[in-house]
Design a protein around this ligand. Structure first.
Ligand code: AMP
Length: 506
């Protein structure tokens, strides 16, 4: 099956329904969107591309994203959406590694792409330009048949360590991830909408297909990015609107003083990084029972576990707070196992690496058989995340295994300490790392953004967690190092810490 069939089906049966929104307005109907995707497919064939070839998209969020990616699929090609905020050199790497001969870019980004474009790139087309529009003069093509195992989306990981790897997502993976979303997170109906305020090249974009399948509206903010004021206006303009938001975005919406009628929000889906209980509670107070959480990674796109809206809002449940701190239950379409270092299943309550398998899991990394064999050994995706499943089947994420601190032979999970520090009203952000220590192996160090004093924080920790988990040092900073998706870069923080120590002569 070709996932593009979902769009052509909607174009035939409901051509007048709204498909894409720009700000508060309808930009395209399903009839228009389907016709444009079919014309783009023909134009790409005419450029001499063969089905299966990769076509890159280096674009900020824009309404044309939807027609471009569906046009690529319609023609039987694989899309390579790259994060628009990457450095030109990183974009150059992705273009070369994917082997894309054609790249679509939003105005302004074309110069970035051109700066480090590999010789394999033959055509750089600026979205919205006359050259781009001319492509839609081609006659509509029929959907190119694809097998479920064929590559649809080459998803470059955020590369918090080393070069990004291209997770190969097939048509089957994307279809399953879409069904999973509609089943376990957020059912959608025709006329409902989804707002793309987070990058469409990543998490938010992965929700495009489910909404096309259900003939809902994909809405792009006019600013193309995340402005809480605009988001609130769009919630009210569209009503029944959902969105994917990184936890930092949820925090900004909660802190924003603009008014919004929460009943205009269908679901705010958060994930991609830890949501601390304190922050989840504040979000729940502000938006009511309209929050859901997902846990996943590019290799199993947003689809390992989900914490439902009902669970998040179920204050009467005896384990409500514990559940709020968890990442929920495995999606219906995957198996999740907690394993020891030899991939043996661990019982409930024991911490180990999170493994996952099912039809949403990628078949491997593009042109990287070693990393594929290592990550998919035994038929399970090795996520590199550590977690515990409780007797009720809820997964609590600890940290990535490489971020775990071992002090005096005891394992300490930074997140547990961070959760406590964030309870202090003056702490805005906190990140806990291990610092090498001659006697203890590592000691716990907290980097804090906020006005709290070290003594107060120590008191707080003494009241909440074991003594050996308390930070031995607090460093107060203006900001924490983050990547383009707002994820805190612990590797960079450890390097910073080492440099600070070196400077101080310690
Ligand atoms: P990426 O492949 O860039 O989307 O990053 C995936 C990683 O983000 C996962 O392996 C986790 O370490 C982290 N992550 C994703 N979702 C969550 C979540 N709900 N809570 C905590 N960490 C998460």
């Amino acid at each position: 099956m070709n996932i593009a069939a979902w769009l052509s089906r909607a174009g035939l049966s409901h051509p007048g329904l709204a498909a894409v929104g720009q700000g508060p307005r309808v930009a395209q109907s399903y009839g228009e969107l389907a016709a444009r995707a079919a014309r783009l497919a023909r134009a790409l064939h005419r450029l001499g591309l063969e089905p299966g070839e990769r076509v890159a998209i280096v674009a900020k969020n824009c309404v044309e994203y939807v027609e471009t990616i569906f046009g690529i699929w319609h023609g039987g090609f694989a899309a390579v959406p790259a994060n628009a905020k990457l450095h030109a050199r990183e974009l150059g790497y992705i273009l070369e590694h994917s082997g894309a001969r054609v790249c679509f870019a939003t105005p302004g980004l074309d110069a970035e792409v051109a700066a480090h474009a590999p010789s394999s790139l033959e055509r750089l087309i600026v979205i919205g330009s006359p050259e781009y529009e001319a492509l839609f003069a081609a006659d509509p093509a029929p959907v190119t048949p694809r097998d479920g195992d064929d590559l649809a989306w080459l998803f470059y990981t955020s590369g918090t360590t080393g070069r990004p790897k291209g997770a190969m997502l097939t048509h089957r993976n994307l279809a399953q991830a879409s069904f999973a979303y509609l089943t376990d997170v957020d059912p959608a109906a025709p006329g409902d909408s989804v707002l793309h305020a987070a990058p469409m090249s990543h998490g938010s974009g992965l929700y495009m297909m489910a909404h096309v399948a259900r003939m809902a509206v994909n809405v792009v903010p006019e600013s193309g990015s995340f402005e809480p004021d605009e988001i609130f206006r769009l919630f009210e303009a569209w009503g029944r609107m959902s969105m994917f938001a990184a936890p930092t975005m949820v925090k900004r919406m909660v802190d924003h003083d603009g008014a919004v009628d929460p009943s205009s929000v269908r679901t705010i889906v958060y994930g991609g990084a830890p949501m601390y209980v304190e922050d989840a509670l504040r979000a729940l107070d502000r938006f009511g029972p309209r929050l859901a959480q997902i846990y996943g990674q590019g290799e199993a796109p947003m689809t390992i576990t989900a914490l439902s809206k009902q669970d998040i809002a179920d204050r009467e449940h005896p384990r409500w707070l514990e559940r709020l701190g968890s990442a929920g239950r495995p999606y219906a379409c995957v198996e999740v196992m907690i394993a020891d270092g030899e991939d043996r299943a661990l019982p409930a309550g024991e911490a180990g690496e999170i493994l996952c398998r099912g039809d949403v899991v990628m078949p491997g990394y593009w042109r990287n058989p070693d990393a594929t064999a290592q990550t998919l050994r035994g038929g399970w995706l090795h996520t590199g995340d550590v977690g515990v499943i409780d007797p009720d089947g809820y997964l609590t994420l600890k940290d990535r295994s490489k971020d775990m601190i071992i002090s005096g032979g005891s394992n300490i999970y930074p997140r547990e300490v961070e959760e406590v520090l964030l309870k202090h009203a003056a702490v805005r952000e906190a990140s806990v790392i291990g610092r090498p220590h001659p006697e203890w192996g590592e000691v716990v160090v907290a980097y804090v953004v906020g006005e709290a004093g070290a003594n107060e924080l120590d008191e707080l920790c003494l009241g909440e967690i074991a003594r050996f988990k308390r930070p031995k040092d607090y460093v107060f900073v203006e900001a924490l190092p983050k990547n383009n998706y707002g994820k805190i870069l612990k590797t960079e923080l450890r390097e910073l810490d080492a440099k600070r120590r070196e400077k101080a002569g310690a």
